[in-house]
Design a protein around this ligand. Structure first.
Ligand code: CO8
Length: 257
């Protein structure tokens, strides 16, 4: 039987995915990427999904990048096909209809950083190290980093990180907006549990509509994006959720979504 590379644990629609290749610091080889892709394909179809958390096994590394040993002998055509497949998997993560949280311990480098960039949230422990060190290997980021990093931290900082390959610590990652929160390692799990519970407890249609409005709107001109918001706002009034949310407020009780 083949080894499980993506551990899946679920509680009330909140799914935790753990990339588990600790001996290689959870580096992404084709087997990991294929398994991640099929797990994400199952998740994206589910109506009862509330939030997805992605992390790496152990406290030393989230993901230390794409697997360098596996990439070393690739021809340009093979490299293109490998990266194209990985781009599709990362896109699948990015477009999951529910909030996604990267829980980052330790090394978050190259393809690892690119995976975190595809998540809505990144929460890091104070031992986390980020970087796009591809130029040190004679390549560029290939899993979306040259495009998502400047959109997250601005082109100047993205160029800084991608052309020097330098590593930054969690506090710099927070300062430049690469991550949303930094927590002491001992408090990270409790914080993320509370966060996912909060995300999962809010009106699920409204949460999905919020993600869609922000993600899809960012790729449109302002007027089209405002029309999208308007359509999604109206959509929220078409189900029971808005009635429950507003009735709960008026009746001074907690909503039951
Ligand atoms: N790929 C394969 N194996 C890795 C990787 C990796 N990215 N990172 C670590 N490992 C392995 C090591 O080879 C080592 O294995 P072994 O014990 O068998 O020798 C084991 O993990 C532990 O690593 P170290 O002994 O090096 O641990 P250290 O604590 O000394 O160092 C570092 C940790 C600093 C993270 C170091 O391992 C390192 O620099 N790793 C590489 C980081 C890196 O450059 N990442 C970017 C990779 S390129 C990329 O992600 C581009 C994506 C787009 C590609 C496009 C497709 C073609």
């Amino acid at each position: 039987m083949s080894e499980t590379l993506i551990e899946v644990v679920e509680n009330a629609g909140i799914v935790r995915l753990t990339i588990s290749r600790p001996k290689a610091l959870n580096a992404l080889n084709s087997a990991v990427l294929a398994e991640l892709d099929s797990v994400l394909a199952e998740l994206e179809a589910r109506d009862d999904l509330r939030a997805v958390l992605i992390t790496g096994a152990g406290e030393k590394s989230f993901v230390a990048g794409a697997d360098i040993a596996e990439m070393r002998d690739k021809t340009p055509e093979q490299a293109r096909a490998f990266a194209r497949q990985a781009l599709a998997t990362v896109k699948r993560l990015e477009t999951l209809p529910v909030p996604t949280v990267a829980l980052v311990n330790g090394f978050c480098l190259g393809g690892g950083c690119e995976l975190a960039l595809a998540c809505d949230w990144a929460v890091a422990s104070d031992n986390a190290i980020f970087g796009q060190p591809e130029v040190l290997l004679g390549v560029i980021p290939g899993f979306g980093g040259t495009q998502r990093l400047p959109r997250r931290v601005g082109p100047a900082m993205a160029l800084d990180l991608c052309t020097t390959g330098r590593k930054i610590d969690a506090s710099e990652a927070l300062r430049i907006g690469l991550v949303n929160r930094v927590m002491p390692q001992a408090e990270l799990e409790a914080y993320v549990e509370e966060l996912t519970k909060q995300l999962g407890g809010n009106g699920p249609r409204a949460v999905r509509a919020t993600k869609q409005a922000i993600h899809d709107g960012m790729d449109q001109d302002l007027d089209s994006a405002l029309s999208l918001e308007n359509a999604l706002f109206a959509f929220c009034f078409a189900g029971d959720e808005q009635t429950e949310g507003m009735s709960a407020f008026v009746e001074k009780r907690k909503p039951d979504f």
